[in-house]
Design a protein around this ligand. Sequence first.
Ligand SMILES: Nc1ncnc2c1ncn2[C@@H]1O[C@H](COP(=O)(O)OP(=O)(O)OP(=O)(O)O)[C@@H](O)[C@H]1O
Ligand SMILES: [Mg+2]
Length: 283
Amino acid sequence: MTGAAAPRAASQGRLPSGGGSREIHMARRKIEPIPDGAVPVMEAINISKAFGATTALVDVSLRSYAGRVLALLGDNGAGKSTLIKILSGVFPPDRGELRFRGAPVRFLNPAEARQLGIATVFQDLAVCELLSVTRNVVLGREPLKGVGPFKWFDMKRADEMARSALLRLGVRWERGLDERGVNISGGERQSLAIARAMFFGSSLLVLDEPTSALAVRQAGKVLDHILEARDQGQAVILITHNFHHALSVADDLTVLAQGKVAADFRRDEIDIDELTDLVARIA
Ligand SMILES: Nc1ncnc2c1ncn2[C@@H]1O[C@H](COP(=O)(O)OP(=O)(O)OP(=O)(O)O)[C@@H](O)[C@H]1O
Ligand SMILES: [Mg+2]
């Protein structure tokens, strides 16, 4: 197939892969098909969600597999953040089901999702403003010291964890680790939230626009980290408006438009021009 990829309904299956002029610009590794019978780490089945009169999601299904990066694309308001908030326990779907490693789950809050190893960097709720830098990084997995029932927060260890996570991410943190989240910039907030997700590893890493507030060098580090997480066997969902970023790390891509899955394909089935054209046409 040459020229622009035709948008298609998700139910029509995948585009035929490879071949002819569909050269792959950014293939860093061969994209393998998902093996038959593989169980997704996270599966959303026919999820619908409305906020009052606003319909955010209609019958959306999605699968995220271990060792694969899924890029979730779509215009502003397409429903991307709503979907990942449902996967992360921020709010329940109105209809539909989530399955984690094949078993149905219902999250009452984000802490329940975190306990299953779902590490999410939210677009808007990235950082707790009242907590220090260190507390933000170790949130939910605070190191403790002491014996038996007498345990307390290990501040020194927590500072070391925060410092090492930020260093790995290439963030030069020159201010105090006791600085509160309320005083830090948008980019720094994203970095902190990513550091948190990175440090603990996860079964599913979800990143909602993690690079939009970052400088080029740090955005590159985040993309490297995504590939590292993938190679460790984590499932990764990346939401981005940057098609270059999407194509440089994703194995699979799903496009949402007006709350519905408008198209999905493997990375080696589409190039940057086709993707740009497709998203512009179906948005
Ligand atoms: N908490 C909320 N209350 C009311 N409406 C909401 C809420 N969250 C999202 N919406 C609405 O749901 C729709 C989908 O929003 P969502 O934030 O999921 O889009 P998005 O794809 O993440 O967009 P963007 O690329 O701008 O981040 C929009 O119409 C939005 O206004
Ligand atoms: Mg969003």
